[in-house]
Design a protein around this ligand. Sequence first.
Ligand SMILES: [Zn+2]
Length: 355
Amino acid sequence: MLKLKPGVITGDALVELFTYCKKVDAALPAVNVIGSHGANAAMAAAKEAKAPVIIQFSHTGSQFYGGKTLDNAAHAASIAGAVSGALHVRTLAKVYGVPVILHTDHCAKKLLPWVDGVLAAGEEYFAKNGEPLFSSHMLDLSEQPLEENLEISRKYLQRMAKMKMTLEIELGVTGGEEDGVDNSGVEHDKLYTSPEDVLRAYDVLGPVGSFTVAASFGNTHGVYAPGNVKLKPPILRDSQEHVKKERKTGDEPLNFVFHGGSGSTPEEISEAVSYGVVKMNIDTDTQWAFTHPIKQFMDDKGAYLKSQLGNPEGPDKPNKKYIDPRGWVHLGEKGMTARLVQAFKELGAFGKFEF
Ligand SMILES: [Zn+2]
């Protein structure tokens, strides 16, 4: 069993962790959070599952973490929000006693100044503490031609490798819609990454530093009724074998990321994990797990939430205990934690770590 220290995992320890995950056929859930309640629910899940959790912030999620009314000119709110979220997790991960990987989600070309700002904060943190603020960042340049995608990614990885950070890139396009990015109309062949593109990424980024690949194998953001886009996890296996054969590496030279894990069956998940997926993003399912118990509460206690005074028990009865948001926010947190524990089990990570 891999022994981990509570707190944020960075550098070589993260590389070792991903290698171990492939060895034991496990992947870690990466959950998008938009506030401290989600981050705390994720850390509670890591504690229950005895496994490290990946906490990630999207561009708009970071802005929301800072506060939706903040001006986001020059991405100021998204930068400050991501930094504040990271510091929140850094403060509390040790108190929860759990290892956490801190990550930022999709960053398209027009959002690069956001990651620039977060990296600048990370470099400042590194100068003081000898480790980066975040464990890893994602760049999503999948809308760019392959060579441009890899050239920009290489420059960022050069900067990040100085702090031993990991870079996640995207090859091919994740279908569906998330955070206002709508790929639901993308042509079908773009939804499947080719092993040749993965080899090219390996050649360009491998010599520079640690990287993971969000490869497209028919996965989509969001949960939809079964449609005509088919999940084809063997694309991941074929890509591993192509790189192994062409560059004479050991087994599974690549670390894959599964975007759009929500709505996937346990069989699809374990097949993808068996081909070297080390991280699975989950957002829509945890959003649902947070929101649904709150809806239930509002429905059940509706008669106690019409006014501050007066409910079915009497016209002067106070409703304070139903109004206090801690009561129902915690129901959302518990729902989210339970859904993440289920994800740890489906990903084969439950109980496979010591800390
Ligand atoms: Zn994604």
